[in-house]
Design a protein around this ligand. Structure first.
Ligand SMILES: [Zn+2]
Length: 104
């Protein structure tokens, strides 16, 4: 798995504000495909797992030397929650379980 995280002036697709981070991840079900996860200080303000990163960038502005281990933990926490939320929203696993058990 390759995760690329970059902090630049990429605009948020929802509010058009500046993103803190943009991560490009392999797509979970389609080989050769990728998807992007965005960290926006406005749109993600109410997401618990994003709070550590949002606070970090609000205070420091960008990644600082010597913080790589700390940032890696925050990024992992954010991406774990962001990618898990996508699956819950899609309802795929719940639908599949219902279909398997004959309820659908
Ligand atoms: Zn936004």
């Amino acid at each position: 798995m390759t995760i690329q995280v970059k902090a630049d002036a990429t605009a948020c697709c929802c509010c058009a504000g500046e993103l803190y981070l943009l991560a490009t991840l392999p797509h979970p079900t389609m080989a050769e495909s990728s998807r992007q996860v965005r960290l926006c200080p406005r749109c993600d303000a109410d997401k618990g797992a994003a709070q550590g990163l949002l606070s970090y960038f609000a205070v420091h502005g960008s990644a600082r030397e010597g913080d790589s281990d700390f940032l890696a933990r925050l990024i992992k926490e954010w991406l774990d929650a962001a990618t898990a939320a996508r699956f819950e929203e899609s309802g795929w696993s719940a639908d599949y379980e219902m279909w398997k058990s004959g309820e659908l």
